[in-house]
Design a binder for this molecule. Structure first.
Ligand code: PLP
Length: 425
């Protein structure tokens, strides 16, 4: 039976509440188009987007580098399967190995699939070493407040109990280590560990960059046994922090990294990259995907990388991110409600002293038509398109300043109309 519905926000809300499995709490906003760093709702209102679809729309909306290649590639070839060759995978593999410094790539369709591939590779790698007479166990060390996705393996390495507990038993053999605690990491490490796995900059956990000391200890421990150092760059990679991968700020190279979110500017794609040595663990037939590395996703990812290079966006991200943080730090000096400002490049978190305040600021920003996100209860998260300018930053700071001033004078009676659960991702 077909369902007939209207197209207003209210109509869609009513229909979706009956038709969709209720996994998301959406904000009551209905977007119909976008251009540059602005989204337009069904009434024609424009929103400054500082979230970019949770770090995905790196080149904003309706960017010619993206729309033109989609039109061209869709007229040529969308899909062939991994049974055959096409140019896109080769061209993208060349670019990704250049920008990550790693040797080989496996293509997939999302972040969690990239992470799942990395976990499987680590288990297979340990198995290969065991078959050569060395001992390496099956245990993973992950970090508290980590987020790696929603498949059974990814969720097993994700710290929040709410995401794991309903699906127990998830993959066993994962131990969570306190964030940036080198002593705890050393204590948990042994030849039973096949991989230390973490985000270089935790995203959902509240924008927490790992310390240099912690990352180099992890590198050194893995080198001592042959375990793999796996760095999740799904949110922090592809230029978000002003380098292609956040680990390049540290001068440390992982054995394995994962990329996804901004990789093809809004088209679903993911990649797991690794060293020549680690890649030996996978042989034909051991892992695969039907859609992974399809011609459309590859063509768009190639175009996104080329545009980031040609437009000099990495430098732009560094300088705009620096400016953004310096402006927020000025607010911090004025408002004690700002506890900490963290991040790298255009991946910025502002920790506030209460989740009520974070909810109210988020609602206030939305009513001023600026989209941001709240994560880890008290942290305002900014993941703007790479194209934002100082003017957009200034506009944001003015709005934040007004809202914080309001909060300071009334001590919070602001509407929390739009503030729901944080968006996860
Ligand atoms: C979003 C995210 C994932 C999961 O990616 P999906 O595409 O949602 O499956 C994994 N790791 C990190 C760090 C992420 O931010």
């Amino acid at each position: 039976m077909s369902v007939s519905i209207g197209s207003s926000l209210k109509d869609l809300q009513a229909a979706e509440s009956k038709l969709l499995i209720q996994t998301y709490e959406r904000y009551p906003l209905l977007f119909v188009s976008g251009k540059g760093v602005y989204l337009t709702d069904e009434q024609g209102n424009q929103y400054l987007d500082l979230l970019s679809g949770i770090g995905v729309c790196a080149l904003g909306y309706n960017h010619p580098a993206v729309t033109e290649v989609i039109a061209k590639q869709s007229a040529e070839l969308l899909h062939t399967s991994n049974l055959f060759y096409h140019r896109g995978t080769t061209e993208l593999a060349i670019r990704l190995t250049e920008i990550t410094g790693l040797d080989r790539v496996f293509f997939c369709n999302s972040g969690t699939e990239a992470w799942e591939a990395a976990l499987k590779l680590a288990r297979a790698h340990a198995g290969r070493l065991r078959s050569e007479g060395k001992h390496l166990g099956t245990k993973f060390l992950a970090l508290e407040h980590s987020f790696h996705g929603r498949t059974m393996g990814s969720v097993a390495t994700t710290h929040k109990l709410k995401y794991r507990a309903p699906f127990a038993p998830v993959m066993p053999d994962v131990e969570f280590v306190a964030f940036n605690d080198v002593t705890a990491l050393r204590a948990a490490f042994s030849p039973e560990v096949c991989a230390i796995a973490m985000e270089t900059v935790q995203g959902e956990g509240g924008i927490n960059p790992v310390s240099e000391e912690f990352l180099s200890a992890a590198r050194e421990l893995c080198d001592s046994t042959g375990a793999l150092l796996i760095l999740d760059e799904i949110q922090s990679g592809m230029g978000r922090t002003g380098k292609w991968c956040a680990y390049q700020h540290y001068g440390i190279k992982p054995d394995v990294t994962t990329l996804a979110k901004p990789m093809a500017g809004g088209i679903p794609v993911g990649a797991m990259l690794c060293t020549e040595e680690a890649a030996r663990a996978f042989t034909p037939g051991m892992h695969g995907t039907t859609f992974g590395g399809n011609p459309l996703a590859c063509a768009v990812a190639n175009a996104v990388i080329d545009e980031i290079r040609q437009a000099g966006l990495l430098d732009h991200i560094l300088s705009t991110g620096e400016y953004f943080r310096s402006q927020i730090l000025e607010l911090k000096a004025k408002y004690p409600a700002i506890v900490e400002v963290r991040g790298l490049g255009l991946m910025i978190g502002v920790e506030l002293d209460s989740d009520e305040l974070a909810k109210s600021i988020l609602a206030g920003m939305m009513s001023r038509r600026i989209l941001i996100n709240r994560t880890h209860e008290t942290v305002l998260r900014f993941l703007p398109p790479f194209l934002i300018t100082r003017e957009h930053v200034d506009q944001t700071i003015i709005a934040l300043n007004e809202l914080l001033a309001e909060h300071t004078s009334t001590n919070s009676s602001h509407s929390s109309l739009l503030a729901g659960e944080p968006i996860h991702g």
